[in-house]
Design a binder for this molecule. Structure first.
Ligand code: NAD
Length: 490
């Protein structure tokens, strides 16, 4: 593995994301030799910490994955802490001095990766100061990684984007959507474009509908304060779900490279039918969890009883919908999705339901043959299955459904690179395939804004689903109306 040389500056270096995801990911890259001698990390936040204290925190965050205490210590010796208030202009001068010193000491050739692991309210001011106070180098690369959420509607996203673009070019901005770093999400392209039998059937002639489920079993836990201002629509549909849909729906790119893939994804997103306000109700379902049912083994609170949540909150913790894509390939094929908290089981999977044979020739022909289903399992287990109809052993000609399934072993899954590790390496390589481009962000917000506006004008009767169920009955009804049902029923 070729060594990548860079200075990482992590804003929000004392935060949860840095400790849980960023330090372990950097360590994994170190173990694999992508990071060796020529790299340094500056952690910044408002608190006053010494380098030694910071290094202890880093070592603690990688405790479960270290080869040996000596190896961890060697890795941590590349970490430096700089107390820094992002709104204080003078602090950027101190940061610049340290950056230049480390650049020289580790021979980093001016390569800089700025990771903004803090509230998006600060993205604008940080990027402006990085430029104004000369932290952006003239030699080497300068790349900015930013976390979600990117705005809360199109207008705010545009404003944020303009602020960042005043200092960084679009091709220097890496907007994280950690779903795009997941092995199986990246595998959607391999399944489609590596198998002619699949790609040749990947259209409205053979596919009846597609179902995407991103289900969480936990509630909002301690994040009620943030979540109550966001909700499932903004938190999940605008980014992860529309990104997955664009990967499923896009035309084959001429090459598996960022520009080509992006062009196709954006074309697919632009073909997503925008709802008229009066169409929202027929296509979208929202829900909020209440307590668990009386006979359930767990006694769980409803959303409105969670800490920092308004007792009459109208925030949705569940959203399901039917998305249509107006192009030759997908005309009239519904893409159903659902996502929510406190659902029966945690898991992410995509079910692709193929059209049925025109006539059931078999003995059990009083009902139609079950449809062929291709399932892509994304988490917690990664893998595929394909359901086919075969002959039941016996004298007659009855059929039964057989499931061909491959799920990666727990060991393979554990060894597969974490989303953040992959994404950081992609960024070091200048590969933006698995990051979201501004055009994608903008198109997604425009789709979501229509729904949000319509919903904000109507009071809804919440809660409408029990903790531990699979969401409100209206989500089932959404498919029943079209003659389908959710394939995954945990
Ligand atoms: P956090 O609250 O744990 O950390 C925020 C960091 O910012 C802390 O280090 C804090 O000291 C620092 N900070 C706050 N105000 C500052 C100031 N004025 N000057 C300098 N530093 C300041 O937050 P987090 O959970 O680590 O999340 C960071 C970002 O990542 C957010 O945008 C969040 O939405 C996103 N994100 C987090 C996760 C996660 O798993 N934690 C997952 C996805 C996205």
């Amino acid at each position: 593995n070729t060594e990548k040389k860079a200075l990482f500056t992590i804003f929000g270096g004392t935060g949860d994301l840095a400790k849980r995801k960023l330090y372990p990911s950097l360590y994994r890259l170190y173990k694999k030799g992508y990071l060796k001698k020529q790299f340094a990390v500056i952690g910044t936040a408002r608190r006053e910490w010494t380098d030694d204290f910071y290094r202890e925190i880093v070592i603690d965050s990688i405790r479960d994955i270290t080869d040996s205490p000596e190896h961890a210590l060697k890795f941590a010796s590349h970490f430096y802490y700089q107390s820094h208030n992002v709104t204080d202009v003078n602090h950027y001068d101190t940061l610049k001095k340290l950056s230049n010193k480390l650049d020289e000491e580790y021979q980093l050739n001016g390569n800089r990766l700025f990771y903004l692991a803090m509230s998006p309210n600060f993205f604008g001011i940080i990027s402006q100061n990085l430029k104004d106070r000369d932290l952006i180098t003239t030699c080497g690369f300068n790349r900015l990684i930013i976390e979600k959420p990117f705005g809360h509607d199109f207008e705010s996203a545009l404003k944020l984007n303009n602020q960042i673009r005043a200092s960084f070019e679009e091709n220097q901005i890496y907007r994280i959507d950690h779903y795009l770093g997941k092995e199986m999400v990246q595998n959607i392209s391999a399944v489609r474009f590596g198998n002619y039998i699949i790609e040749s059937m990947w259209n409205s002639r053979y596919i009846d509908n597609i179902q995407i489920t991103l289900s969480e079993s936990l509630g909002v836990e301690e994040r009620g304060g943030y979540y109550d201002t966001s909700g499932a629509l903004r938190d999940m549909l605008q980014n992860h779900i529309l990104q997955i849909i664009s990967l499923l729906a896009m035309e084959p790119p001429t090459r598996l490279e960022d520009k080509e893939i992006r062009t196709e994804k954006i074309k697919a997103l632009r073909a997503v039918r925008l709802f008229e306000p009066n169409e929202v109700t027929g296509h979208m379902v929202r829900g909020q969890y209440g307590p668990s049912l009386d006979d359930s083994s767990e006694n769980l609170n409803g959303y409105r009883e969670e800490i920092n949540v308004a007792p009459d909150s109208q925030t949705e913790t569940f959203v399901a919908g039917k998305i249509l894509i107006d192009n030759f390939r997908w005309m009239d094929v519904p893409f159903y999705f659902r996502t929510g908290k406190r659902l029966a089981k945690k898991g992410t999977q995509i079910d692709i339901e193929f059209k049925n044979v025109p006539l059931n020739l078999f003995d059990n022909n009083d009902e139609p043959l079950p449809a062929n289903i291709l399932t892509i399992y994304i988490q917690p287990t990664e893998g595929f299955s394909l359901e086919l109809n075969t002959k039941k052993i016996g004298l007659g000609l009855e059929t039964e459904t057989l499931k061909l399934e491959h799920k990666h072993s727990a060991e393979t899954t554990a060894n597969s690179p974490e989303a953040y590790e992959k994404l950081i390496l992609d960024c070091l390589n200048g590969d933006s395939t698995n990051f979201t481009h501004w055009d994608e962000v903008a198109t997604s917000w425009k789709f979501v804004d229509v729904i949000r506006e319509h919903w904000d004008n109507e009071t809804v009767n919440f809660p409408n689903y029990a903790s531990g169920s699979m969401g409100p009955t209206a989500s089932e009804q959404l498919l029943i109306t079209d003659g389908f049902k959710w394939h995954w029923c945990p």
